[in-house]
Design a protein around this ligand. Sequence first.
Ligand SMILES: NC(=O)c1ccc[n+]([C@@H]2O[C@H](COP(=O)([O-])OP(=O)(O)OC[C@H]3O[C@@H](n4cnc5c(N)ncnc54)[C@H](OP(=O)(O)O)[C@@H]3O)[C@@H](O)[C@H]2O)c1
Length: 331
Amino acid sequence: MKLGIVGSGIIVKDFLSIAHHLKHTTILSLCSTKRSEDDARALAKEYLIRHIFTDYVDFLKCEADTVYLGLPNHLHFSYAYQALLAGKNVIVEKPFTPTIEQATILSRTAREKHLFLFEAVTTLYQPDYRRVKELIPSLGSVRLVRCSYSQYSRRYDRFKNGEVLPAFDPACAGGALMDINIYNLHYAAGLFGMPESVHYFANIERGIDTSGVLLLDYGSFLCTLTGAKDCSAPNSCIIQGDKGYLIQDSPANICEGGRVILNDGSKETVADHSYSHRMISEFLEFENMILSGDLTTCYRYLDHTLCVCEILTQARRMAGIVFPEDGQEVQ
Ligand SMILES: NC(=O)c1ccc[n+]([C@@H]2O[C@H](COP(=O)([O-])OP(=O)(O)OC[C@H]3O[C@@H](n4cnc5c(N)ncnc54)[C@H](OP(=O)(O)O)[C@@H]3O)[C@@H](O)[C@H]2O)c1
């Protein structure tokens, strides 16, 4: 794949550090803001990226077939839409878009144009997550699912002092649900699909959720998903069935390791250590799907992303968290 990257922040640097694992990918170009051009040039030098742009329209004219967007959340839709219209495959960092309405447009556009469109969310592509999926039937009837991902954000200190950074800004589609609880949601919806109903109870300060509990009601069982940027705790994912339980002592973005403990005393350990970094497996899969022309699998993941966007939008609106995109007309 011939890749063009947009953004020069934390996640792009993380990706560049593992990009050498993609043996069939060349990074052709990097698009940054004017204010970050020096940073982008330093990255280009370090990772041998040929072209630097500070204008997105010019960037889209380059010969990359796939664009990776590592941008603040509120820019995901417009940048992805323009890239699709320019005939590029698109990999969008999580959260896919601020609203389900925008997600639906991107999905429809990609399908009409037979282009690949992915939400980069590490959870779904972790080998241990796949193993968890296989092990669920051994737990009997699932009764409860609990996922916790809390990480005290240094940006919360600044938020408390009155500064509003994108991660806590409704205008930038920030908040704990979009930033951190989204991994728990991908975890649960990836295993169980669309729930019968969704409820979100949040700690809201100045219009944004700094932490909260998302409750998914599947009729025969309940999932509680806790995400926090204003406090910390040990992170885990636990699935409880009437024949036993499965526990992963890691946050849902990493999904590493785990144990199944059944009521009859039998135990199984989950531990695949194939990858040294959480982003390797997802990008290897993106590369593989694109190179093999496997749109069917890509669109299956896209259907899952739409399910997650629907839940996020319902939950957020229910809690009274308003993004500028909520009032906007989309084509
Ligand atoms: N950080 C993580 O661990 C992590 C993990 C998974 C997913 N993500 C997702 O990745 C995305 C980016 O997060 P981040 O943590 O990397 O944020 P970040 O460090 O703030 O980086 C955002 C980047 O986007 C650039 N940017 C802003 N507007 C732009 C424009 N119009 N054209 C080109 N570049 C532009 C910023 O440039 P300036 O600095 O010049 O504004 C900055 O380089 C978010 O959607 C986030 O949810 C992040």
